[in-house]
Design a binder for this molecule. Sequence first.
Ligand code: ASP
Ligand code: MG
Length: 332
Amino acid sequence: MKVIKFGGSSVGSSDALRSVIEIIKSKSVNDRLVVVVSALRSVTDQLIEMSTLASKGDDSYRTLLISIEKRHFEIINELFPANSRSDIITDYKLTLNELEDVLQGVFLIQELTAKTLDFILGFGERFSAMILAALLNHHKLDSLFTDARKLIKTDENFGAARVLAAPTFQNIRNYLDEHHNKVIVVTGFISSTEKNESTTLGRGGSDYTASLFGAALQADAIEIWTDVDGLMTADPRKVKSAFSVEYASYEEAMELSHFGAKVIYPPTIQPALKSGIPILIKNTFKPEHPGTEISKEIKKGNGTIRGLSSIDNITLITLRGSGMIGVSGVSA
Ligand code: ASP
Ligand code: MG
């Protein structure tokens, strides 16, 4: 059993999706698969933007909605032949109508609560997972679209909910027991409360979804497919000579991801570490590249120092002067 997750750029265009199909096909030969997907690149940001506009009574959110709608339709039209599109178009349109209705509600009331925003943010993953599952079926891989809100349970902290591990793991195991011999295609990032209200796991949370499935199912590996070669020694936009490391321990990966490296969402490491499941970071656009393997062992790989991470926009202020000694309140 493997859990493989594809990020927003991996599902962001028809060409990228073609590579994704090939990767899934080749893996499905030897392994039972759970596939977790993010929303198409930038869609989550656009959902936030639309919600904000609508909540201010600005109807230009509709223009943005049309562009999101078009982008998904283009992908459907490019990847499905005309005679096998009707089912996915129907499913997509139904979900799209739901999004249109909520946004209309936000626009009319001019109010956007954290709970409503979480509900709206989930549409990106619902669209992408629905399209990918249909696409796999079209390519003769028996697949099942799965809305993670049915399985991942959280508290009511809308915006960055905390996962309730016990019911979540149980739900995932039961679900997989019920559906044999199918590629399970799951929406990343989204979850729900025990009252079935939609929640999200924090920005970048699809990695975490993959890790939760991996831990619940005691998978052999969790693979995070992205658009870079793995964990890099430094931010490649700042350091031209940065390269990807072959191995990292959970601790090293945690350290790097907490302090700037964008490639993996920090909470992802914990469930994998707890169950000792290796995490592989791979490049969808260069599948032959070994990527980075994150595991318990400290393997040497290419060097002693694992990497440097950096954080932008930090200001360091030094205050000094003998007049401050013993004067309370100065540090404040
Ligand atoms: N789509 C969500 C985000 O942009 C989750 C993810 O991509 O991991 O934050
Ligand atoms: Mg990400």
